[in-house]
Design a protein around this ligand. Structure first.
Ligand code: ATP
Length: 140
């Protein structure tokens, strides 16, 4: 019966508190989950996953599109993937100089911290910059 047929596409939406970043139909999405990479095809079982700082990629008419996603959650449904991230940028929109600057700054601050001090904000900033640099590298 058509109503019960599995979807053949995924409606991918990526939104941040600032803006909608992506709204596209695709056939495959790969997400950086907190517990590892999560690949989804149409018809995937429903789940909610926490996101890590990393690279999300998806099929775009036979090409692969890459983006950086910084923290948040993903909801996977058979025909839809919704990502709510703190920040997200398409690879081609990433300012690599800025990300490199953020990386240098985080590394410098980490060097200055004695090992027993709380360094979570610096670790997070470092992970964010690395995710952006990694996504930007893939844009070709
Ligand atoms: P920075 O230290 O460079 O500001 P950040 O991780 O503190 O980095 P965010 O708070 O995540 O920055 O982002 C603030 C805004 O700037 C968001 O709209 C985000 O998409 C954008 N942004 C941050 N870094 C970059 C970048 N390297 N290229 C493009 N946009 C960026």
């Amino acid at each position: 019966m058509p109503d019960e047929a599995l979807p053949t596409e995924i409606e991918l939406r990526v939104v941040t508190p600032e803006r909608p970043v992506v709204s596209e139909r695709t056939t495959a999405v790969s997400l950086p989950g907190k517990d590892g990479r999560l690949g989804t095809l149409p018809g995937h079982a429903p789940l909610i996953s926490e996101l890590a700082n990393g690279v999300l990629f998806y099929d775009h008419g036979g090409q692969t599109k890459y983006m950086a996603v910084l923290e948040g959650f993903a909801e996977v449904l058979p025909g839809r993937v919704t990502v709510l991230a703190q920040a997200a940028e398409m690879a081609e929109d990433i300012d690599v100089e800025r990300a490199e600057r953020a990386k240098r700054q985080a590394e410098e601050q980490l060097r200055q911290h004695p090992s027993d001090e709380q360094t979570e904000p610096q670790q997070t900033a470092l992970q964010r910059s690395l995710a952006r640099i990694e996504a930007a590298k893939q844009k070709a």
